[in-house]
Design a protein around this ligand. Sequence first.
Ligand code: CP3
Length: 357
Amino acid sequence: MSAETTAGPTAMLASANDRFLSACRREPVDATPIWLMRQAGRYMPAYRALRERYDILEIIRTPELALEVTLQPMRAFDLDAAIIFADILTLLPGMGLELSFARGEGPVIHNPPRRRADIDALADAPIEESVGFTLEAIRLARGALDGRRPLIGFSGAPFTLACYALEGGSSRHYTHAKGLLFDDPVAWDTLMRRMAERVGRYLLAQAEAGAQALQIFDSWAGALSPSDYRAHALPYTRRAIEIARAAGVPILHFGTGTAGILSDIATSGADVVSVDWAIDLDRAWSQLGDLAVQGNLDPVVLLGDWPAVQARADDVLARAAGRTGHIFNLGHGVLPATPMDNVRRLVEHVHQATSRV
Ligand code: CP3
């Protein structure tokens, strides 16, 4: 193992900061906070080294390994928040759905519920029993981070989880998910109610285990027409957030392709809305009103030369214009081909360019 993977938690994060949580609450900060979706992952040699020995589900289901991967980017970069290492799909096996990750092919659900009888027969195993490993990883990570950086917990949103469940994995056109929604709205509602309760309870359990903020990933929200989104996806996100609200921690909403539904997402109950790069940050913010905003650099920018990265990061910062409540992030996750050095420089640059002390 490299020094990077063996250094203990005390080797990192010399000084504590809670800029990320302050920005979620739209309070003034000493510099704009930055963290990156998929900040732990294949672009890091330390992660790839661990993946040679364990598959992704083994890492997620072993709290000590999930802790190790959570800390890898925190040791390498001056990030303002850690995100627990897990995956949105691990919530599905507790519903009786068999999940595996085929090498190079992404996730597979082996028994997608396609008929109403399948949906009625879905299980609802207790959260502690089905994803207790992630709750334990959260407890370990809080101990290791020792208050120096906040820890984010997360879940998939009901809609995105339903898409994976019904399609049996990733999909281009969501024919099964949309087909159910269009042809059998009652069965769709049954499935989505179950998802919403489960997502809400999972988020709440993560906060109780120590997560200081919660992000709900609705990666495919943009696949629906705005009216279908409002009628058949948003109410269930709202319900999940309502359940998680009891934890009293900031809640972030993430989606892609959301430029046409931002004013709807603004009513989800989330405190922070993450936007992708297909809309200017200032224009997005004007649709979101009184909320904090996260985003929105195109992850592909990070594959290029530093001057181009800096120019585009500066454009995002100029559009945020020093307003309270901006959290710098990408519009979607870090890509595997991203050079580590660009990530390091981006984090430093955002802090330096926005330093208010
Ligand atoms: O942000 C972080 O650092 C935390 C880790 C994290 C993972 N998945 C680990 C992971 C997070 C936040 C997720 C969320 C997730 N998982 C989403 C929502 C965000 C998004 O990207 O839209 C979705 C849709 C998934 C489902 C998923 N997991 C897919 C489609 C895949 C395969 C495709 C891919 O990118 O590899 C995964 C696997 C996965 N989850 C990886 C990681 C680091 C890569 C797999 C590997 O190491 O082999």
